[in-house]
Design a protein around this ligand. Structure first.
Ligand code: ATP
Ligand code: MG
Length: 768
């Protein structure tokens, strides 16, 4: 036995690492080393048990987690072996399996994976074609009904059988048309990836046999969040050797809304008779204070298996609770704390994570970070791959690799403008469906269309010829970067943008340049695996799998911004849980539904336990969200933490806060008062409108801390015409001053940058 794999492990962890044969369930709280145990177990199998790396499968929840696990295994046993272990997400694994054998289900191996945006466009069009009033039937509910059906492994036919009400019937019809269109376009969506893999394994005994033999040891992290389809997939794969090790924490099940089924982990011992169970209770991540808070919050949930985490890490600092006047002040407070700790406590930006309940909350924080010039990475929530120009270019790529991809065709046939109107496109669609052709093929034969003028016919044929020409590039095996450049040029995309150099178009051009960094990176690192269809298809798969919870660049020294959901499994020295308010966290829906409230509390537990050394809980009296001004009560999750673990020095008098909270009936506490007009940030913090004074909030004192890198003199002294020296951008001139105090914003004209808006208190500027 190599001591390296077991070094520093506690006896339970060591037992889990060395129990390699048969089913194994590791149930344990946050930060107890579950993921670490899996990593060491894989290394142990290879190093000490001489198991071939390619016989091991490890499933993680995000690509980032997969990358991390691979790196850690490589640290233990070397990169060569580590690279041959299948460490991947469910979706990435499904793509690999399908790329190899999906032709057996009648698909081409270079099928396209469509993203959520394309899915929306397609379903919207289908509903329109079926004369469904989208105003009445929320598109999102239709999409999620389809997704749920897939996760429950219901085909359109199955679904139609049980659809009785009007909504169900609409979904059934849309689902059938949607699947038909996906089939014609040789496209699959994310849910299909799993469904089709199951179908493949169930229908093709030799494929099943191949993978059952191959994967002698299977590991699944975050097992509490598997849904029925994923469960079935694992069951099929593990049925050969039955060496299945799953780890999870029922208190961290937070994907119920995506079909995760907590029963699955709870039933593991029934499903796999003779399974061994290992419990871990020592936490290695957080301070005792943070753990106590987490334990207290989660203790309020119903019907859970009680467990108590403890640590040898010591009490550490108290948890800071800060209540600001407004969401803007909340952001300013957070970045003040970050700037302060970077300056005075030798922290790095990468030590900080700001976690929020919904992506919509990120905008304000992002703006503040930009103005204060604090580098950050936002995980998920649109950004780069949701940009129109990037989606357009990817649609071109997609059409090249899969000429049957009608969605991509429709996206780019008139982008840039080629003078093809909606009527012509509708006619082309009809023509294509008449012949059962993909749209690109129909376009190539547009001269056969009787109902279209020859001018439009020629335009379609020109477009088809252009695509044909690009498709040929692939045969020369050019790099992805070169192909991107050819697309930019030959489609006139870049030229069209350059022809009207509005700031927006310039920004689009910058993004297209940035896209070349992505392609260069891919070209540099590309190694085909055995399931590879082509470099181009692999590139498309890789981009498709960059899911919304996943694009952190490890090397950057950046503050991380992400949703609580995306933070699962991760850890940071300092964590801010922001927007801790009733109606936000817990969300409004959860407040009225006890089951959802339990899930929301698990999410709070996940959030709290991401912190290693220091945790902040923040909220605001008034908040602009979704275009509305809200005035929310502090989150009940704050109440659930004993005051002795909280540092309230920046909130004001705890007693009155608690007394008020305790004395109000719950219904009143959760009321969200909308439409409150707050008197502006320059007003006295204690000045409240009627609705809030009546709730006696006046006793809470608001203390703004000036960040240490600027004196208050410097903050307030700016005037138009002042010369500024900026760390990165050199000298500039103040052209406008907005606001006061630490909210003061300066518009500064820099020779190199043009006019930039900066937060006076935080930007790296000095008066000259
Ligand atoms: P989560 O539930 O959040 O996914 P987890 O149970 O998977 O947490 P890990 O991420 O594996 O926990 O471990 C938490 C931290 O504790 C990591 O930094 C890990 O390296 C460390 N750790 C785990 N076990 C030990 C140990 N025996 N000795 C030292 N450090 C450990
Ligand atoms: Mg983990």
């Amino acid at each position: 036995m190599s001591q390296e794999m077991l070094r520093g492990m506690n006896p339970q962890q060591a037992e889990a690492v060395t129990t390699t044969e048969g089913p194994l369930l590791i149930m344990a709280g946050a930060g107890s080393g579950k993921t670490r145990v899996l990593t060491h177990r894989v290394a142990h199998l290879i190093k000490d048990k001489n198991v071939a790396p390619w016989r091991i499968l490890a499933i993680t929840f995000t690509n980032k987690a997969a990358r991390e696990m691979k790196e850690r295994i490589a640290d233990l046993i070397g990169a060569e072996d580590a690279d041959r272990v299948w460490v991947s997400t469910f979706h990435a694994m499904a793509v690999r399996i399908l790329r190899r054998d999906i032709d057996k289900l009648g698909y081409k191996r270079d099928f396209t994976i469509i993203d959520a945006g394309t899915q929306r466009t397609l379903v919207k069009r289908i509903l329109k074609d079926q004369n469904v009033d989208i105003e009445k039937f929320d598109l999102r509910s239709v999409l999620s009904a389809i997704s749920n059906a897939k996760n429950a492994m219901e085909t359109p036919v199955d679904y139609a059988k049980t659809a009785n009400d009007l909504f169900g019937k609409i979904v059934a019809k849309a689902y059938a048309a949607y699947q038909k269109q996906l089939g014609l376009s040789q496209s699959v969506d994310f849910d299909d990836l799993i469904m089709l893999t199951i179908e493949l394994l169930e229908q093709e005994p030799e494929v099943l046999q191949y993978y059952q033999d191959k994967f002698q040891y299977i590991h699944v992290d975050e097992y509490q969040d598997t849904n029925d389809a994923q469960y079935r997939l694992i069951q099929l794969l593990a049925d050969g050797w039955k060496n299945l090790a799953v780890v999870g924490d029922s208190d961290q099940s937070i994907y119920g809304w995506r079909g995760a089924n907590l029963e699955i982990i709870l039933n593991f011992e029934k499903d796999y008779v003779g399974a061994k169970k290992v419990l871990l209770e020592q936490n290695y991540r957080s301070t005792q204070t943070i753990l106590n808070a987490a334990n207290e919050v989660i203790a309020n949930n119903n019907g859970r298996i009680t467990k108590n985490l403890w640590t040898e890490n010591g009490d550490g600092e108290k948890i800071t609770y800060h209540r600001s006047n407004s969401d803007r002040d909340e952001a300013v407070y957070i970045l003040g704390e970050i700037a302060n700790q970077v300056k005075n406590e030798k922290r790095q930006y990468r030590d900080f994570a700001i976690l929020y309940r919904t992506n919509a909350q990120s905008r304000g924080i992002e703006e503040a970070l930009v103005k204060a010039n604090i580098p950050y990475t936002m995980v998920g929530g649109s950004k780069f791959y949701d940009r129109k120009e990037i989606r357009d270019i990817l649609a071109y790529f997609s059409l090249l690799t899969n000429p049957a991809d009608d969605e991509s065709f429709l996206r780019v046939v008139n982008e840039p403008k080629r003078g093809l109107g909606d009527t012509s496109i509708i006619k082309l669609r009809a023509f294509a469906s008449e012949h059962n052709w993909p749209l690109l093929e129909a376009a190539a034969n547009a001269n056969l269309m009787n109902d279209l003028q020859s001018r439009a016919q020629n335009k379609f044929m020109d477009f088809a010829a252009l695509m044909q020409n690009l498709i040929q590039q692939e045969q020369f095996d050019v790099s992805i970067t070169d192909l991107a450049r050819v697309i930019y040029k030959e489609t006139n995309y870049v030229e069209t943008l350059k022809a009207s150099p509005t700031p927006e178009n310039e920004n689009r051009l910058e993004n297209l340049d940035e896209f070349l960094t992505v392609t260069e990176q891919f070209d540099k690192n590309y190694v085909p695996d055995e399931e590879s269809v082509s470099k181009y298809v692999d590139f498309m798969s890789e981009l498709a799998l960059v899911s919304d919870i996943d694009n952190v660049d490890e090397d950057d020294n950046n503050v991380t911004l992400m949703t609580l959901h995306a933070a699962k499994g991760l850890e940071f020295p300092v964590v801010f849980l922001v927007g801790m308010e009733e109606s936000i966290f817990p969300s409004f829906r959860a407040i009225i539904d006890p089951k959802q409230l339990d899930e929301e509390r698990r999410l709070a537990y996940v959030g709290i336990t991401r912190a290693k050394e220091k945790l902040y809980l923040t909220n605001a009296y008034t908040r602009m969200l979704y275009g509305k001004m809200n005035n929310n009560m502090p989150s009940r999750f704050i109440d659930e933490i004993s005051p002795k673990y909280l540092d309230l020095s920046t909130v004001g008098q705890l007693d009155s806060y608690r007394a008020r909270e305790a004395s109000l009936p719950f219904a009143q506490r959760t009321q969200s008062v909308t439409g409150t007009t707050f008197q502006g940030r320059q007003a006295q913090p204690n000045q409240r409108t009627n609705s809030s004074t009546s709730r006696n909030l006046t006793s809470t004192r608001q203390v703004h801390q000036a960040p240490n890198n600027t004196t208050s003199d410097e903050q307030s002294n700016w005037a138009v015409g002042d010369l500024v020296s900026h760390k990165k951008w050199g000298t500039g001139t103040v052209v406008k001053v907005n606001g006061l105090g630490e909210d003061m914003e300066l518009d500064v004209a820099f020779a190199s940058q043009g006019i930039k808006r900066l937060l006076a208190a935080f930007a790296p500027i000095k008066k000259q």
